[in-house]
Design a protein around this ligand. Structure first.
Ligand code: OAD
Length: 236
């Protein structure tokens, strides 16, 4: 069994799987009902937003109301709050945009793909909490340009500060966990191999028994639900 004794620097990368037990469908499962006719790639892109901002904002607003606002952190999120309190150097990199790690109480969270409850303007990236009560396309109160979701759309670059902070933490960790992520979207997907190559112990927590083996060896693979596995990993 994996133990985290004598671990000083730990990085945890999380994906949609850690929020599944909070009722938030994984990224590609969310396309149900009236949205089933679309692929995420048709909605979560800057070109899609510029072509039809109302449609894209409607989709994000649906996700916020249908899932995010109702979601509460699950035992996996709570376990990582304990880990942050326990370890001297703990970095949490999340690909999720649902804000659940912060809601759970984690402080040092790198929201690698942004946060669905924030917006930013096309003009100068001025940031706002999600504000759209009825008007079709909210405008920036500073520069009057259109507001879009403050999330990383497909084919967009990761915020440079987030990228630097994540790269630094991964390159200096003793232990690296990938929790509830399919490991297909870069640069986050490449972190487990970077950590391995630099001598860190690596661990995958995932329900999928077919997690790509190339990313697994010599990783410890803990198959199961994050909400059941993480709380049972001994810290001592
Ligand atoms: P995915 O939906 O691609 O993968 C979710 C992973 O979680 C899968 O490997 C599941 O097997 C696993 N899983 C599901 N339920 C689980 C549970 N209860 N416990 C543990 N594992 C579980 O989501 P991500 O890997 O997060 O990017 O997707 C990465 C990125 O792809 C997203 O951030 C999004 C998308 O393109 C952007 O929006 C830029």
């Amino acid at each position: 069994m994996l133990t985290l004794k004598q671990t000083d620097r730990i990085v945890v990368l999380t994906g949609a799987g850690i929020s599944a037990e909070s009722g938030i469908p994984t990224f590609r499962d969310a396309m149900e009902g009236l949205w089933s006719e679309f692929e995420p790639e048709e909605l979560a892109t800057l070109s899609a937003f510029k072509k039809n901002p109302k449609l894209v904002l409607d989709w994000y607003e649906w996700r916020i109301k249908a899932f995010v606002d109702k979601a509460i952190p699950n035992p996996a999120h709570m376990a990582l709050v304990k880990w942050e309190e326990y370890f001297d150097h703990f970095t949490l990199i999340t690909q999720n945009v649902d804000g659940l790690h912060i809601k759970a109480g984690n402080k040092n969270v790198i929201e690698f793909h942004g946060n669905i409850k924030r917006m930013k303007c096309l003009g100068h990236n001025h940031k706002f909490a999600w504000i759209r009560d009825g008007e079709e396309i909210p405008l920036c109160s500073v520069c009057n340009s259109m507001l879009r979701p403050d999330v990383v759309f497909f084919n967009e670059l990761i915020d440079s500060e987030n990228l630097q902070a994540a790269n630094k933490a991964v390159r200096n960790c003793d232990v690296f966990f990938a929790v509830g992520t399919s490991g297909v979207v870069y640069p986050a997907a490449g972190y487990i191999e970077v950590a391995q190559k630099l001598g860190a112990r690596t661990c995958v927590v995932n329900t999928d028994p077919h997690y790509p083996s190339s990313k697994r060896d010599p990783t410890v693979f803990l198959r199961g639900k994050a909400g059941e596995v993480l709380p049972n990993i001994p810290l001592e």
